[in-house]
Design a protein around this ligand. Structure first.
Ligand SMILES: [Zn+2]
Length: 243
């Protein structure tokens, strides 16, 4: 069974290097799920597939470069043929902030009935079904107000772990344990950051990450300047990885 990942957005909040905001399309025989849907995710998503084929979206935390694309996806789907619910999973405040953001961007969005249901699931450390995948969310250390979590996603017989945004903590080895692929934020190359990881830290802790493969994403300016010597494989916008 093949699981295919398309890195639609590999940038940080500032879109350094012209990279789109965080979004990873996971395709498996069971269906398609997005991991994060940052503010600029819809254009690369539309280049990669028909958004109506996306069953679900799992959000790591409530910063715009990770969930800000949801109002645009919901709006596009309002006028696209979609005969089934859109499943959104994430932190406890996802539903409230999605509603606030969508009303702020399109004040008329809810004036007419949606031709499809939007269903919300709060992701927790108990594995839960989210469309084609079984997903669990583990708290990580980032800006607390964003309700930061990392994800463990079982789909197509594979286990994908994703840090979301996080500084180093013991949560990350637990998150990555046994994964076929750990997608790890690597915002800086060596500059310490109180809420993000550097490539130096990822490399220093690599032996603690008991996973097959690590791919760096959420790349900021300094990381992009050091792509050749990050010491860890890195993602590019549009890159496809088969598991
Ligand atoms: Zn971010």
């Amino acid at each position: 069974m093949t699981v295919s990942l398309t890195f639609l957005g590999t940038g940080n909040a500032f879109a350094d290097g012209g990279r789109s905001h965080a979004c990873i399309l996971v395709s498996a025989p069971e269906g398609r799920i997005l991991l994060d849907c940052g503010g600029s995710a819809l254009p690369p998503l539309r280049r990669a597939c028909d958004p109506s084929d996306v069953d679900a979206v799992a959000i790591t935390h409530l910063h715009g470069d990770h969930f800000g694309g949801l109002p645009f996806l919901a709006m596009q789907q309002k006028y696209a043929p979609r005969g089934r619910p859109l499943l959104l999973g994430g932190p406890p405040s996802l539903e409230r902030l999605f509603m606030d953001a969508t009303r702020a961007l399109y004040s008329d969005f809810f004036d007419t009935p949606l031709p499809y249901d939007i269903r919300f699931t709060v992701l927790t450390s108990t594995p839960a079904r989210l469309g084609p995948a079984e997903v669990m969310a583990l708290p990580v250390e980032h800006v607390p107000a964003s309700e930061p979590h990392g994800l463990r996603v079982r789909i197509g017989g594979k286990l994908i772990a994703y840090s979301g945004d996080a500084r180093w903590s013991d949560a990350l080895p637990r998150l990555a344990d046994g994964a076929d692929l750990f997608i790890c934020e690597t915002t800086t190359y060596s500059i310490p950051d109180p809420v993000h990881l550097s490539a130096k830290e990822v490399v220093a802790h690599r032996s603690e990450l008991r996973c097959e493969r690590v791919i760096a994403t959420h790349l900021g300016r300094e990381s992009i300047e050091h792509l050749g010597d990050l010491g860890v494989e890195h993602a590019e916008d549009g890159m496809v990885v088969e598991l």
